[in-house]
Design a protein around this ligand. Structure first.
Ligand code: ZN
Length: 269
C-alpha cells in the first residue's frame, strides 16, 4: 500500500480524496457507481507472445464520492464544470474544525462565530481561500451505513452537518473565497429542504466540494489546496482529486530535528 502523503522537495502533498468504489456516497436517487473489468490477464501481443493487460470501464453520477458541485448545479446560467477557470480551483486552505460541536449534534451548521474563531487564531481569511468544514465525518467512509439516512431522501432520517446559509452569505460578501465545502455528503446539512447554500454558491459562481477526505492530516491554516476536477463538458458536478501542499520545513518536526542535530554536529567538528 502507498501512503497518502508524498514528500516532494520541501513540501508534503496530502491526498484529500476518497478512492472511488461501489460504496461511494452519492445522492440516493442517482445511479450507483459501476466498475467493470474488461480485461485482466495474459493475452497474446501482436507477435503471439504472452503479455499482461488490464483495462476497465466505469459509470458514475457526477455527484458521487469526493466531488465538486459546479455553480450551475442550482443556478440557471451559472458556470458549468468546463467553464470554471483553473485558478478558481486552488487557494490557501482554511479548515474550520467543528468536530467538538458535531459530537452532540449531527445536524450542526457552521456558524459565523466559527469563522470568527478561526480568524482570531490565524488572522483574516486570505484572498482566494479554499474553505473546508472539518466535521470529522469522513471517517465513516467507506462504511456508509454509518451515515445516518444517507440512502434515503426522507428528511427526518437524513442527518449530517453542513454550512449555515448566513455564514456562507457572510463569507461571500466579506471575504474573497475560491471554493467552499467539507467532509460531509452535502454542504447543505442533512435536514435541509431548500438547499440555500447550493443556491448561494450558484448565485456567486463559487464551486462547492463534498465528501472531502483526510482533513485531520493538514493544518487549519498554512496549506494550499487544489481541486483537480475532471473537465466534463457541460457538467453540473465532477469527481475530483483534491490535495493539499504543506510546507515541510514548517510542519515536519522530524526534518526540523534532523536539521538542528546536523547543525550541532557541524559546530562541534
Ligand atoms: Zn454534489
Amino acid at each position: 500500500m502507498f501512503s497518502n502523503t508524498i514528500h516532494a522537495l520541501d513540501h508534503e502533498i496530502i491526498d484529500l480524496t476518497h478512492a472511488q468504489n461501489e460504496d461511494a456516497i452519492h445522492w440516493p436517487t442517482l445511479p450507483q457507481y459501476n466498475f467493470t473489468i474488461l480485461q485482466r490477464g495474459f493475452t497474446d501481443d501482436l507477435t503471439g507472445e504472452k503479455l499482461w493487460l488490464e483495462y476497465n470501464s466505469f459509470e458514475m453520477a457526477e455527484h458521487s464520492g469526493t466531488h465538486m458541485d459546479a455553480p450551475c448545479h442550482f443556478a440557471q446560467g451559472a458556470l458549468k464544470v468546463h467553464e470554471i477557470p483553473l485558478k478558481k480551483l486552488a487557494g490557501p486552505g482554511v479548515i474550520i474544525n467543528v468536530k467538538s460541536k458535531v459530537e452532540n449534534n449531527n445536524n450542526y451548521r457552521v456558524a459565523v462565530s466559527d469563522i470568527q474563531d478561526w480568524e482570531n487564531k490565524y488572522n483574516k481569511i486570505p484572498d482566494g481561500a479554499v474553505v473546508f468544514m472539518n466535521a470529522g465525518w469522513s471517517r465513516n467512509i467507506p462504511t456508509r451505513h454509518l451515515y445516518s439516512g444517507v440512502r434515503t431522501i426522507k428528511i427526518p432520517l437524513r442527518s449530517y452537518p453542513g454550512w449555515h446559509e448566513d455564514t456562507v452569505d457572510w463569507l461571500l460578501k466579506n471575504r474573497n473565497i475560491h471554493v467552499i465545502g467539507g467532509d460531509t455528503p452535502s454542504f447543505d446539512y442533512g435536514q435541509t429542504t431548500t438547499f440555500p447554500v447550493h443556491q448561494l454558491l450558484g448565485e456567486y459562481n463559487i464551486p462547492g466540494m463534498e465528501n472531502v477526505a483526510n482533513l485531520d492530516s493538514i493544518p487549519e491554516s498554512g496549506s494550499i489546496i487544489y481541486v483537480a476536477a475532471f473537465k466534463i463538458y457541460d457538467g453540473s458536478g465532477s469527481p475530483s482529486r483534491v490535495f493539499a501542499t504543506v510546507s515541510g520545513a514548517t510542519n515536519n518536526w522530524s526534518s526540523k530535528c534532523l536539521i538542528i542535530l546536523m547543525g550541532i554536529f557541524y559546530c562541534l567538528y
